[in-house]
Design a protein around this ligand. Sequence first.
Ligand code: ADP
Length: 454
Amino acid sequence: MFRHLEHDAIQLLGILLAALVIGQFSGRTFLSLLVGLLLFLAFHFYRLLQLHATLGNDQRLKAPFPPGLWGDIYADVRDLQIQSRKRKRNLVRFASRFREAAHALPDAVVLLNKARYIEWVNPAAKTLLGIRWPAHKGHHIAQLLQQPALLDSIHAADYSEPVEFSPPHDPARILSVQVTPFGKKKRQRLLVARDITRLHHLEQVRRDFVANVSHELRTPLTVVIGFLENLIGLDETTPIGQARRPLELMEEQMQRMTSVIDDLLTLSRLENDSLEAGMRAVDAPALLRAIVADARNISDGAYSFETEIEPNLWVEGVESELRSAFSNLVFNAVKHTPPGTRIRILWHLSDGAPVLVVEDDGPGIPQEHITRITERFYRVDTARSRESGGTGLGLAIVKHVLHRHRAELLISSKVGEGTRFTCRFPATACVAAGNHQARSSTGEGGGDDDIVSS
Ligand code: ADP
């Protein structure tokens, strides 16, 4: 560390010796030593001032450096200066590369400070969001983007879902904006806007295609089933009546196709229709009791049902959709478990939120399937599902219905122990019985179009 300390030690010894000699001759040893030490200190103080002045002017230290300790200090400071310049250069290079990359991005990037004022935007923000740089620097985001859902997302703590909207300056475009908190305390916001117009149109084409095909197939199928039923009803002595078995099999397959088409139409309706129109207070306890009664009847008492239903807990929603979701879960517990299975249905308030639990002690679902069973046509055991009359669309319908009601679906299962489906509604969906404007017409067989998956 102190490579040339001996130089300064020799210098100090020299001064002290000289002071002693002068002191001997002059008879004032103490004074002479004091003067010597002061000179030594003054010299080092001068060096210190010199270094301070050089660094203060932001000058680079260059060799040759003074001998001794000061030389070491100068050399060390010079090394630090070189390192810091190198780091600064790298940082500048990185910042300019980052800026180049951000400029080349087709997505709009907007940085907001913690008070939601614009700190920086890339050029794509002008095309996609109409935010110009540097003209809009320091503007509040609410002044420039009057999108309530986006502003909510910026203020809220949940940024999992991107917000989709059409910007007013270009209504033909559809944007998906993802808000991400950043910074040490995560108080700043990063907005990334993507143009999803093409994706949106493709998705619409897909939805229309499925809806149209399903619609077009529904009528001929009904006609064919009608004819088949007539033929099956013919006397066995007629030539056609003798082919009853194949006709029955044909009708069975046609019915299965009808179920799949009905479920596809249900999904199309869930994707395309707006929810608000059908929203009202739904008597969920009566709805659940009716579904359980149906399940009991269909299963001929082969399953044991346990219910714990909070009688006064109504929920805000679309009754036909809720009936579909709830019955799919209850009927699945019958369809996919052997006779003798215990099925428990629990409807209650949990932390202020209405929650439905449908659980069984059936064979369970292997873990690797759980994340996929809500996908369309995904079945754990395709052959068994078909045998039990399943379409593979039931849980996709459940997921869509719950999503539309801002509820979440949790699935937990253990092979050999059973399966539990939990539907957790938002606390705001909770309606106490008797505290609602529009009473629903729930009950056995009551209500609007049923959309129960077969
Ligand atoms: P499906 O028409 O086959 O019932 P779903 O979408 O309703 O279609 O269910 C998807 C798959 O999830 C089913 O095929 C079945 O394998 C599995 N599944 C659903 N509910 C249960 C349950 N309670 N127990 C075991 N497996 C289940």
